[in-house]
Ligand binder design. Sequence first.
Ligand code: HEC
Length: 129
Amino acid sequence: MTLVTWGPLVRAAVLAAGSIAAACSPSGDAPGPAAAAATPSPGRLVYLAEPCPTCHGHGREGTNTGPALHGLRAHWDEDTLARFLHQPVAFKLADPRLATLALRYKSDMPALFADPARVSALARYLLFE
Ligand code: HEC
């Protein structure tokens, strides 16, 4: 399932980067600064490929099904956040802050099933971008 949505996105990003690079550099073989700015980071690509934006918003601004995802460094480090993404309900049961937050929403946050490298990239995106 994940692979089905991830593949086209990566291809689209690579194609986009390629065409911008071709437009910006005379040789067309090295991406210029514009390509770096236009290409989402790996973690952002994971965020967009998974169902996260449905509940948390395209720009992490929150929706009526999930909270805004800003200032997460106050509560999470990268490893703990990655573990949370694998088993959010277990964390909610153990953490009164998350339990209180969850009361505002009808559905539980679903668990993310993805390989560790993708989950780490996603966690870094949430914490540092
Ligand atoms: C069906 C809606 C839904 C989807 C899809 C969803 N979430 Fe959530 N998320 C929630 C809700 C509701 C909470 C509130 C707390 C809880 O239930 O754990 C939450 C909590 C969170 C938190 C904790 C926020 C805090 O203040 O510490 C993070 C981080 C998060 N989600 C990230 C993600 C990411 C990344 C994805 C995609 C892999 C995702 N969520 C997909 C509904 C969703």
